[in-house]
Ligand binder design. Structure first.
Ligand code: AMP
Ligand code: MG
Length: 517
């Protein structure tokens, strides 16, 4: 099959889209742009066409699809018992990047909803998708037009990369406006709640429609994480071939400073950078950028949230095409949708299973070069001196976003040496699902790390807590974060060491001296 790319440009959309709309209606696959990302479209009423989407993408069958309509006039075909709040939100946000979970009508085949009694519906706000949906005149499922797990497609060329000559039509209407997928809002729960963060936040919904909904982060804390409300959330997503590490700056370390340090640590790797333009300019002044460092897409420092979301997937794909080993991508605190996609892209699938019969405690931090190796060494040293224990606990450590084989930072080594603990031969390890599964107890440093891991691995939820929760019996909300001393002076490392030490003594007692009740 030859893929025909239809460029909209200044042409008449109706004339150009008639053939692909007919094909779509007949049960063929048509990729088209929306304001969020490019979608791989199929007639939602033809089971075999929907099945073809799962096959083309390699998408797990239990991950339901979103049904796209041009407007609400045919909503009754798709959903039943529609609550009044839907119409209220529709007035404020549709067409637009907001997906509604509603009760499913019998007309929609089970394959669309992956067997759920609910269905996801959206009304895209983009001229090509509007016209195509109107001409096809059938509900259209359209997951992102990428092979499952890969970065979503935000340009027609990305769709070609993944599906050239496997689908009959791609509609090309340039880069998508927003660049991250829609906000998914569940209207079937007692209180509307956001299941997937997108450009539209709970605060936007409150402000523009007066409707109170549970935000994504509130939902993460309260949800029954064993059963993800949105099945797609449990899968690894958006990931390029290269390993992705986050650039986490703070008030003392600007992004360019953090990048410089990371470049030093990754001296033998080919690096792709995804940072804001201002930091890039400063970085170029501070150092000679050699050819092992590549940028393809930068984002604007002024409206960084929107701009970074807009370019993220394109940057991942372009840097992959350059053959980089590692992508350093700037973290933007508070950018909920962008950070959600970035966090998911960072999780590694590589496996490194420890073969051990003793009980394992796994300390987890970000880079596995400061906090978690210190914690593991402190724990092992303490446990060795305690004779009373009947169980042999062994601590190991790993990082959520790291590379295998990096040494601990100099200050981590020096402040532990002060108390006769040697971690000079520590080498970092990327956290893997296998390491998590093997561990009997997992202690992370921050609440965010806990939330991310619990969301990704709901089956392991009971084993995953912050160190402070394990050690002090704190509940999830009052847990204390152990901040990253990375790139700070030695005194800060010393404080971190002492904080860890206190918690580890409590932890050791908790796990070895069961409470008498
Ligand atoms: P994608 O098509 O890749 O944008 O993913 C669609 C997202 O919508 C996934 O996260 C799905 O799990 C979610 N979704 C689709 N239908 C439902 C549903 N009936 N209930 C909950 N989440 C859904
Ligand atoms: Mg997708």
């Amino acid at each position: 099959m030859k893929t025909e790319v239809i460029r909209l440009g200044k042409g008449n959309p109706e004339a150009l889209l008639r053939a692909p709309a007919l094909a779509l209606r007949r049960g063929e696959i048509v990729a088209f742009p929306t304001e969020t990302v490019y979608g791989l479209g199929a007639n939602a009423l033809i089971e075999s066409a929907v099945q073809e989407i799962f096959i083309l993408k390699g998408r797990p069958q239990d991950n339901p699809l979103i049904v796209h309509l041009p407007d609400k006039s045919r909503i009754d075909q798709v959903a039943i018992n529609i609550p009044p709040v839907f119409y209220k939100l529709y007035e404020s946000f549709c067409p637009g990047p907001l997906t509604f979970i509603l009760e499913k009508s019998d007309l929609i085949p089970d394959i669309v909803s992956a067997g759920l009694q609910t269905v996801a519906v959206r009304f895209p706000d983009q001229r090509a998708s509007q016209e195509l949906l109107r001409l096809a005149d059938v509900p259209v499922v359209a997951p992102s037009a990428n092979i499952s797990g890969r970065p979503s497609a935000t340009r027609a060329s990305h769709v070609l990369d993944d599906f050239k000559d496997r689908i009959p039509f791609i509609i090309d209407d340039g880069a998508t406006e927003l660049g991250v997928e829609s906000t998914v809002l569940d209207l079937c729960s007692p209180m509307p709640r956001i299941l997937r963060p997108g450009v539209i936040t709970a605060a936007d919904i409150k402000e523009r429609s007066g409707v109170e909904v549970q935000s994504y982060s509130e939902g993460l804390k309260k949800a029954d994480l064993r059963r993800p409300a949105s099945p797609g959330l449990k899968y690894r997503h958006y990931a390029p071939e290269a390993k992705v590490l986050q650039i986490c700056s703070d008030h003392e370390n600007s992004p360019d400073t953090v990048v410089l340090k990371m470049l030093e640590q990754l001296s033998d790797q080919k690096i792709g950078l995804f940072i804001n333009e201002r930091s890039w300019d400063i970085l170029k002044q501070r150092t000679d950028i050699d050819e092992r460092v590549i940028t393809e897409y930068l984002f604007s420092a002024e409206n960084s949230q929107e701009s970074a979301a807009h370019e993220l997937y394109a940057a991942f794909r372009a840097l992959d095409a350059c053959g980089v080993d590692v992508i350093l991508a700037e973290a933007i605190p508070g950018a909920e949708a962008y950070m959600n996609r970035l966090d998911k892209a960072c999780v590694s699938e590589s496996s490194d299973i420890p073969q051990d019969s003793v009980k394992n405690i796994l300390f987890v931090c970000t880079g596995n070069t400061c906090r978690s190796p210190m914690a593991a060494a402190l724990f092992n040293a303490y446990a060795e001196k305690q004779q009373s224990s009947e169980i042999t606990w062994r601590a190991i450590s790993a990082g959520m976003h790291t590379l295998d084989g990096l040494p601990a930072t100099d200050h981590s080594i020096s402040v532990l040496r002060e108390i006769d603990i040697d971690i000079s031969d520590h080498r970092s390890a990327q956290l893997t699902e296998e390491l998590l599964a093997e561990a009997d107890l997992i202690a992370v440093m921050t609440r965010t790390q806990r939330d991310v891991l619990q969301e990704m691995f709901p089956d392991l939820e009971d084993k995953i807590k912050t160190l402070s929760e394990w050690a002090l019996d704190l509940d999830a909300v009052s847990a204390v974060d152990i901040m990253d001393p990375f790139a700070q002076p030695e005194t800060v490392y010393r404080e971190t060491r002492d904080q860890l030490r206190k918690l580890i003594v409590s932890l050791w007692q908790k796990i070895n001296l069961p409470l008498s009740d």
